[in-house]
Design a protein around this ligand. Structure first.
Ligand code: SF4
Length: 62
């Protein structure tokens, strides 16, 4: 699974700046907290997720 195609990605509004893309999966590892949940930034003025992969700790990784 790639974050850009995942329903658990949540993009915050950057208000003209790049937004932040967070993982909202309920089963993400508990030790991953705070800014570690920021997977990438979006493009400015869009909510496009730029990362082409997913983090090491992704719960959907097989
Ligand atoms: S880390 Fe995994 S579960 Fe979280 S948004 Fe990315 S692909 Fe989805």
């Amino acid at each position: 699974m790639k974050c850009s195609e995942c329903k658990y990605i949540n993009v915050s509004d950057g208000n003209g700046s790049p937004g932040r893309c967070y993982c909202k999966h309920p089963n993400r590892p508990k030790e991953v907290t705070g800014t570690e949940l920021v997977i990438c930034n979006s493009e400015r003025h869009t909510n496009r997720v730029l990362i082409k992969t997913s983090p090491r700790w992704c719960p959907l990784k097989k």
